[in-house]
Design a protein around this ligand. Structure first.
Ligand code: ADP
Ligand code: MG
Length: 255
């Protein structure tokens, strides 16, 4: 079966004032594949995910999800803006999970998962409740539907956040260091849910420093530094046999 690219970035550029945060990012992720991104703090990893999810606008290049252009497009040397309504429609195709879980503290796990489908997609409450329960079961929280975030561990909260993102039926899931804020003993349960999601065929872009996860689950691995892709390839090659000095130096620090 021919691979279909779901996310394509071509020479994507993003600056904040004078700071060039993304300096020509070119990569693509095929449907059903998992791309992992590693790199030092400040290299632009979060900004890249935020651009894919319309939380930031790119300043140059081309970015597309499922064949639709995202953010600004460059045509004839000029930038054209995509209307906000279009952007918010497109954003529904993309689920995002952050380092901090950002759950609503005054709502139960189930209510957190139901909220966006009801508000944004106008799904009936009954349907959203049924689906929410099913998703929470899928992330191993069938017995926590009525728990409030404060009653859950960090790992459980992050699994609620994953279920909440899945409730919008995204075509693409973005994970921004989803386990970095967790106590070490809670990391495994979140990675396990992500692995299962990958096995179920979800297309995922995962910023992580969990090299074991990248090696086991990643179809590709990108090393970013200073807004550029320094090296990319199969995870076992990039991790086991890095070609660039900067990659070697980074890996020697984190492995
Ligand atoms: P990473 O996720 O790899 O640590 P980020 O994408 O968060 O990197 O940040 C890349 C650079 O962009 C950093 O220098 C950061 O300070 C800067 N940056 C990120 N967001 C903003 C913003 N909204 N305004 C100005 N600078 C920003
Ligand atoms: Mg970041």
């Amino acid at each position: 079966m021919a691979a279909t690219p779901l996310m394509v970035a071509e020479n994507v550029r993003k600056r904040f004032g004078q700071l060039q945060v993304l300096d020509g990012i070119t990569m693509s992720v095929n449907e059903g594949e998992v791309a992992c991104i590693i790199g030092p703090s400040g290299s632009g990893k979060s900004t890249f995910l935020r651009c894919i999810n319309h939380l930031e606008q790119i300043n140059g290049g081309r970015l597309s999800v499922d064949g639709e252009l995202v953010g600004y497009v460059e045509r004839g040397g000029r930038l054209h803006e995509i209307p906000p309504r279009e952007a918010s429609r497109q954003r529904r195709n993309v689920g995002m999970v952050f380092q901090r879980f950002n759950l609503f503290g005054h709502r139960t796990a189930l209510e957190n998962v139901m909220l966006a489908p009801v508000k944004v997609k106008k799904v009936s409450k009954d349907a959203a409740r049924a689906r929410g329960a099913e998703l929470l079961e899928r992330v191993g929280l069938a017995d926590k539907l009525d728990a409030y975030p404060a009653q859950l561990s960090g790992g459980q909260q992050q699994r609620v956040a994953i279920a909440r993102a899945l409730a919008m039926d995204p075509k693409l899931m973005l994970f921004d260091e989803p386990t970095s804020a967790l106590d070490p003993e809670l990391v495994g349960e979140v990675l396990e849910v992500m692995k299962q999601l990958a096995r179920d065929g979800m297309t995922m872009i995962v910023v992580t420093h969990e090299m074991g996860f990248a090696r086991e689950v990643g179809d590709s691995l990108v090393f970013m530094d200073k807004g550029r892709i320094v090296e990319a390839g199969k995870p076992r090659d990039v991790l086991g046999n890095p070609q660039e000095e900067r990659t070697k130096a980074f890996l020697s620090r984190v492995l």
